[in-house]
Design a binder for this molecule. Structure first.
Ligand code: COI
Length: 361
């Protein structure tokens, strides 16, 4: 399917291109970018070509580049972790690239050679290893992205694409860190519709979600809980994360039926909870069931899962003026255990029973 093995050239940043490192204790999220990036291009005649690890740089693009007009853009979020004995690890990177190729198919974009790109990513992280932060809980966030760059305004799949990977040292995604968030249940706006692109990691999904996020912020909430677009009853996601509820001993998350992003942290949490003997259900759950369980005390915990946010406990839900406090507004024991276990695996301090870690270098 790929014309020939992709060659990746390496141009190291020169001394004057190397940037000063930011203060590791105030990294925020996605504000400082490392010295190198990966790029490659695609067109119909040559397939993927011109692959290179290069000094971080800006792009010059034609204003008619199709991504600016019709939004053919997909991305991923993954992390590199500096852990035990100063080793650097990636977490399930092949799963991110598999998902990115699934997003590509949905958006009529070309698939890319995953294994080759993973090799290039490992080389890039190795080259930028001094950027992988050491402050507790901090990581190097990695953003693979593909955009349509053909200059043309007819609506059809573009015939030229640019793929790039940039990376940035990050702290916690939410200002709350691992502290519980306050979540507004959104029943006016929707995130994704059946048959739409909710299960693809495409830029437009995020653009479309910002309005609800801004309105929730203005009301004093961290994020929104999305309901299904048809009946506005079934819970789908929380902000940019997958959502879990612990009701009695049943750990519930909505099933992957097309409008939900198949999260890699979601999948890891399902696996760990099964390993620990929880009754785990990927099933539809209505907001009414959640609120009722909140009122009768059977809703023990709720948390979001995602690469950026890791495990993000929900301390309170607001649905149509009803306020449901979860676990007294405190982080629950399962969320804490999952967070600690995942971090211990990601940073290399625990046995990697599921072969999720990939060492860099
Ligand atoms: C991630 O969790 O990696 C995401 O892509 C969400 C993004 C809005 C930071």
């Amino acid at each position: 399917m790929f014309k020939k093995e992709l060659e990746v050239t390496l141009h190291k940043a020169s001394a004057d291109q190397v940037k000063p490192k930011p203060d590791q204790n105030s990294l925020g999220f996605g504000q400082f970018f490392t010295d190198h990036m990966f790029t490659m291009r695609w067109n119909r005649n040559n397939g993927w070509h011109d692959a290179a690890i290069e000094p971080y740089h800006s792009f010059a693009m034609d204003p008619a580049a199709m991504v600016f007009h019709y939004g053919q853009a997909i991305f991923e979020g993954m992390k590199a972790y500096r852990g035990k004995d100063d080793q650097i690890f990636l977490f399930r990177p092949a799963d991110n690239f598999t998902r990115m190729n699934q997003s590509a198919v949905r958006m009529c974009m070309p698939r890319f050679p995953q294994e080759r790109v993973l090799q290039a990513l490992r080389a890039m992280v190795y080259l930028d290893q001094e950027w992988v932060p050491r402050a507790p809980g901090s990581t190097l966030y990695i953003r693979p992205t593909m955009i349509a760059v053909e200059p043309a305004l007819g609506l059809r799949p573009a015939e030229e694409y640019l793929f790039f990977i940039i990376s940035c040292p990050v702290g916690a995604y939410y200002a709350e860190g691992f502290a519980p968030t306050r979540i507004y249940v959104e029943d006016k706006y929707v995130r994704a519709v059946p048959g739409g692109v909710g299960n693809a990691k495409t830029a437009g999904n995020y653009a479309a979600s910002v309005k609800a996020q801004v309105e929730a912020h203005d009301k004093g909430y961290t994020q929104v809980l999305w309901l299904d677009a048809v009946e506005r009853r079934y819970v789908e996601e929380v902000g940019t994360s997958n959502i879990f509820f612990l009701i009695n001993n049943e750990l519930i998350t909505p099933p992957l039926e097309g409008s939900i992003l198949p999260g890699i942290t979601r999948d890891s949490v399902l696996q760990l909870a099964r390993d620990w003997g929880y009754q785990v259900s990927e099933r539809r759950i209505t907001i009414d069931e959640v609120v009722a369980a909140g009122k009768d005390g059977s809703l023990k915990e709720s948390f979001g899962t995602g690469t950026a946010a890791v495990i993000s406990p929900v301390g309170e839900l607001c649905y149509r003026e009803q306020h449901v406090k979860i676990n007294g507004g405190a982080t629950g024991a399962l969320a804490k255990r999952l967070f600690e276990e995942l971090q211990a695996i990601q940073f290399g301090y625990l046995d990697d029973a599921h072969k999720w870690r990939v060492r860099v270098g």
